[in-house]
Design a protein around this ligand. Structure first.
Ligand code: BV8
Length: 228
């Protein structure tokens, strides 16, 4: 059994039409991180943050946003009998699942889910976020917040990821700039074990030197080649 950990970032969904974060026309271009991806920003201007996530949720729901061959290749890898795959994504879109993956660790949360701020109960997102979108788990119902991990909040599923990293034979990072921690430090954790490490991207990243190997190219072309 070959134990593989794959970390994906916004770059794997770029060819599906979803913006990345730090490119020129990226998601943060109009909205500094502090305004839309921190609890303080949400406290300061909840409507702006709700609009930011509603817009991304609506885009994800449009017909022309589809999983690309990279998502589908990772779903194939999950089925390979000789591979034990842990797929962890920083992405909050559902393209891995729509591409056929069944076990995905969404360490930064999920766009199509909402959370009650007091009970932390998670609900499928049935309507856009608004002051009227109340949870049904407490009285009076609290305004539901996006089920995403903001800066300063604890990422999800880390125990499972750290365990997989400490035992894996291969760590692959696909389409991530290596800007955000603790995800950007996963390569170092894998290297402390016996893992081989590979970065797949269209350009060198700030953590590129931490990887033993790198594969430059578009994920929709490189990832299927890797999986074959
Ligand atoms: C935390 C919200 C406590 C949802 C996001 C050290 C250790 C631990 C924490 C820190 C640390 N140092 C600093 C911190 C604090 C902070 C942090 O990292 N700050 C940064 C700015 C320095 N981290 C946190 O606050 C985290 N929580 O630390 O809790 C803790 C402490 C210790 C241990 C554990 C916990 C919480 C971070 C989560 C923040 N929330 N998003 C949302 O709105 O989406 S982060 C945001 O950035 C997204 O989630 C996104 O996924 C993530 C990373 O971005 P990328 O996915 O890499 O996207 P990017 O655009 O940057 O890059 C795209 C890449 O794709 C590029 O390289 C591009 O070349 C490539 N590409 C493009 N097209 C293609 C392609 N590649 C291949 N093919 C293509 N076609």
């Amino acid at each position: 059994m070959i134990r593989v950990v794959v970390l994906t970032g916004a770059g794997i969904s770029a060819e599906s039409g979803l913006k990345t974060f730090r490119a020129e026309d990226g998601l943060w271009e109009k909205h500094p991180i502090e305004e839309v991806a921190t609890p303080e920003g949400y406290q300061r201007n909840p409507q702006l943050v709700r609009e930011f996530y509603n817009a991304r949720w609506q885009q994800l729901a449009t017909a022309d946003v589809e999983p690309n061959p990279a998502h589908r290749a990772l779903a194939q890898l999950e089925q390979a009998p000789e591979i034990e795959l842990t797929l962890v994504t920083q992405n909050i879109d559902n393209l891995h699942e729509r591409g056929g993956s069944h076990h995905v660790v969404h360490m930064h949360g999920e766009l199509a889910k909402a959370r009650c701020p007091s009970s932390q109960q998670v609900f499928p997102m049935a309507e856009p976020f608004s002051e009227q979108a109340l949870c049904t788990c407490c009285m009076p119902g609290e305004i539901l917040r996006p089920h995403v991990v903001w800066f300063g909040e604890m990422p999800l599923g880390l125990d499972r990821v750290y365990h997989a990293l400490s035992h894996c034979d291969l760590f692959v990072a696909i389409g991530t700039s290596g800007t955000v921690y603790p995800a950007a430090g996963f390569v170092d954790m894998a290297s402390q074990g016996h893992a081989k490490t590979l970065e797949v991207n269209i350009e060198p990243t700030k953590v590129g030197s931490h990887f033993q190997y790198s594969l430059m190219g578009k994920a929709s072309e490189t990832v299927p080649q890797l999986v074959e």
